[in-house]
Design a protein around this ligand. Structure first.
Ligand SMILES: [Fe+2]
Length: 349
C-alpha cells in the first residue's frame, strides 16, 4: 500500500484546477492568490480548529465579491462537514501492510489489483436472479450525482455467502494483510450497466463535453478493497473495468488530496450552484479525485493512460480485486449490450 511502498515520481502529481474547464470559464471563482501554508500546517499538525479558522478567513473574503445564497450556503456546509470528516480520517490513516506470501497479496500490494476466476455457481442464488430481473426492467432515468443508473444491494444472506467464497479464495486474507486489519464482505451490489447510463458523467454533470477518459477516478473513501465480479461475458465494448497498475502507490500533496476527495462527495460540482461553493476555494486546492473529464483527448496524460491502463475483460478472469481509494480506475462505460456484475466491498469487521 502507498505508505510503505510509495511512488513519489508519477505523472499525476498536479491536480487540474477544475475552474479552468472550458465550459465553466464564465462562472464566478476566487481569483485571489491565497497563501495555503496556514491550511497546510494545520493539517500537518492535525489541528482542525486552526484549519477551519484559516479556511473561514479565505471564504469570508469572497463574500465581498459575491454574496452567498441560502442554497449555496447549504452546499457549503455539507462540503465543510465532509472536509472535516476526511481531515479526521487522515489524522490516523497511515498504514503499513502486513507482508504475507500470497500471489493475491503481492499483486494487490505491487499493482493495486489481482485477477482471478471464482466459482460463480457458489455465488449465484435467487436474490441475485430476482434483483437482475428488477434491474433489467428498470427504465432509463437521471440518477442524482453519487447514485447509479441500475444497482441494488443484495440481502445479508447473499453477502455472507459471498464472504465465504471470498474467504475460501484468499481474497479476504490478502485484503486484511494489505490494510493490516480484520475485514469481511460488508456489502454487495448487483449492477446492470447499459450504453444509456449517465452515472459515469456525474462530475460536472451539466457540461456537454465528454473526453475519452471521463469516468477515470479514485474513490473518495480509502481503507476498503473492492471486487468486481462479472456474471456474464465482458469484452471491450461492454464497459470493462480499467485500472492503472501501481497507481495505488502514488503519493500526492496531502492538502490537495484532502480537498480533492472532499470535493467529490459534495455534489460532484454537478451544477452552477454546487460549483460556486467549491470555486470560492483558491487555486491550488480546487482539484478532484474524479478527474477523468479534465484529461484532454490529445494530451500526454491521455496517451499515457491509453498505453498503460489495464483493461479487465472476462477472458482474463471473472473477478477483479482492487484498491479503489488509492488507485485509478473506471468502468462500465458500455458501448454495446449490457454489463452484469456484482460490486463487492470489503471493509473492517
Ligand atoms: Fe470507483
Amino acid at each position: 500500500m502507498r505508505f510503505d511502498n510509495p511512488i513519489l515520481n508519477h505523472k499525476f502529481k498536479r491536480f487540474t484546477d477544475i475552474a479552468d474547464y472550458e465550459e465553466v470559464k464564465s462562472e464566478f471563482r476566487n481569483e485571489r492568490k491565497e497563501d495555503l501554508k496556514p491550511l497546510r500546517d494545520a493539517f500537518k499538525k492535525k489541528k482542525l480548529d486552526k484549519f477551519n479558522y484559516s479556511l473561514d478567513k479565505i471564504i469570508e473574503k469572497t463574500k465581498k465579491d459575491l454574496p452567498i445564497s441560502e442554497k449555496e450556503e447549504n452546499i457549503s456546509l455539507f462540503f465543510r462537514k465532509k472536509l472535516n470528516q476526511y481531515f479526521n480520517f487522515y489524522k490516523n490513516f497511515k498504514i503499513n501492510s502486513r507482508m504475507i506470501k500470497s500471489k493475491i497479496f503481492t499483486d494487490l500490494y505491487s499493482n493495486g489489483f489481482h485477477v482471478c476466476n471464482l466459482d460463480l455457481s457458489k455465488i449465484m442464488n435467487k436474490d441475485i436472479e430476482k434483483k437482475y430481473s428488477i434491474l433489467s426492467k428498470k427504465k432509463d432515468w437521471n440518477p442524482p450525482p453519487g447514485t447509479h443508473d441500475r444497482w441494488l444491494e443484495l440481502n445479508p444472506k447473499s453477502v455472507s455467502k459471498i464472504d465465504k467464497v471470498f474467504r475460501e479464495s484468499g481474497l479476504i486474507k490478502a485484503s486484511e494483510a494489505y490494510y493490516a486489519k480484520k475485514m469481511r464482505v460488508t456489502r454487495v451490489r448487483m449492477t446492470v450497466h447499459r450504453p444509456s447510463d449517465k452515472g459515469w458523467k456525474h462530475f460536472f454533470y451539466d457540461c456537454k463535453k465528454v473526453t475519452r477518459h471521463t469516468g477515470i477516478h479514485i474513490d473518495p473513501l480509502e481503507g476498503v478493497t473492492k471486487a468486481m465480479v462479472y456474471l456474464d461475458k465482458v469484452d471491450k465494448t461492454k464497459g470493462p473495468t480499467f485500472y492503472l497498475p501501481k497507481s495505488n502507490r502514488f503519493i500526492y500533496d496531502p492538502l490537495k488530496e484532502l480537498f480533492a476527495r472532499s470535493i467529490v462527495v459534495s455534489g460532484r460540482c454537478s451544477n452552477k450552484i454546487t460549483r460556486r461553493a467549491i470555486f470560492r476555494l483558491p487555486k491550488g486546492i480546487r482539484g478532484t479525485m474524479e478527474f477523468g473529464r479534465f484529461i484532454k483527448d490529445n494530451s500526454e496524460i491521455a496517451k499515457y493512460l491509453d498505453k498503460n491502463l489495464f483493461c479487465f475483460t472476462s477472458d482474463k478472469g471473472n473477478t477483479l480485486l482492487f484498491d479503489p481509494g488509492a488507485g485509478m480506475h473506471n468502468g462500465a462505460v458500455v458501448k454495446n449490450g449490457e454489463r452484469i456484475a456484482l460490486m463487492v466491498v470489503m471493509d473492517s469487521i
